[in-house]
Design a protein around this ligand. Structure first.
Ligand code: FPP
Length: 251
């Protein structure tokens, strides 16, 4: 078990969730850090700092109740358009987070995985990410996918190009290309599609996140800004998911 949550919420909360019907994969668009900070007359980076606390809490809760995959949209291909100081601040927060948390994550059997083109990230960040991925690679508990320099259209294009190359070199026949094979060319290969996609801050957009993978995901748009997102919100989201009837196009 992770350290007990400050408000002692974990035990009480997990009792209300049906453990037999847990979503395997939860994906989150962590939105609203900037507005959280501005509403408190704080610099935007304070919102991201507070956002890291929410990341910690959500990982602990997910791990404690037995979620298998948690995918967090931490930095999109479009986020490079932000002021350099904010981009650098976000990268520093990521490095600090990994340095500080990797021991506890490992002890709790959490596996860190990244999705996106991390080669464009600052060297320090790349090194810390690689360390985290390698040192947790044999863990078998919760897998946390951190989407970094991730964009879904570019992921799909990359997959299409790789497939074209395989066809050109005759290692794949066009008639063998189906949805399963295509999925194997995405960052999420071998990971089930998200059962739930949550976006915080009240915005109702997908913003180039997991466009292929969320074809049948249940969408949940939550009003609170990301730094205010607590394990209780995740619990409510899971209970909401458990009350929904998923038909995957059938009756
Ligand atoms: C969106 O809020 C949030 C981001 C672009 C960054 C998310 C990053 C973190 C929570 C911290 C680092 C992550 C990890 C995994 C340690 P926004 O800035 O777009 O908010 P706004 O729409 O209110 O301006």
């Amino acid at each position: 078990m992770f350290r007990k949550l400050k408000r002692g919420a974990t035990k009480e909360v997990s009792n209300e969730v049906d453990k037999e019907n847990l979503p395997k994969h939860i994906a989150i668009i962590m939105d609203g850090n900037g507005r959280w900070a501005v509403s408190r007359n704080l610099p935007r980076i304070s919102g991201h700092k507070a956002g890291v606390e929410a990341v910690r809490e959500v990982i602990r809760y997910s791990s404690d109740i037995g979620i298998q995959f948690l995918t967090l949209y931490a930095f999109s291909t479009e986020n490079w358009n932000r002021p350099v100081s904010e981009v650098n601040g976000l990268m520093e927060l990521l490095v600090l987070y990994l340095k500080k948390e990797i021991g506890e994550l490992s002890r709790n059997n959490v596996k860190i995985n990244v999705m996106g083109d991390i080669s464009k990230l600052p060297k320090k960040a790349v090194l810390e990410i690689e360390k985290a991925v390698t040192s947790t690679s044999n863990n078998t508990g919760l897998t946390v996918n951190i989407a970094l320099n991730y964009g879904s259209r570019s992921e799909i294009l990359k997959a299409a190009k790789k497939l074209c190359q395989s066809v050109k070199s005759s290692s794949i026949d066009i008639k063998d290309i189906d949805e399963n094979l295509f999925s194997q060319y995405l960052y999420t290969k071998n990971i089930p599609d998200p059962d739930i996609l949550i976006r915080t801050s009240g915005e109702q957009r997908i913003s180039n996140f997991l466009l292929w993978q969320i074809a049948y995901s249940e969408l949940l748009f939550i009003e609170v800004y990301w730094p205010d997102f607590k394990s209780e919100h995740l619990m409510e989201a899971i209970i909401d998911f458990q009350s929904r009837q998923r038909r995957f196009g059938g009756l």
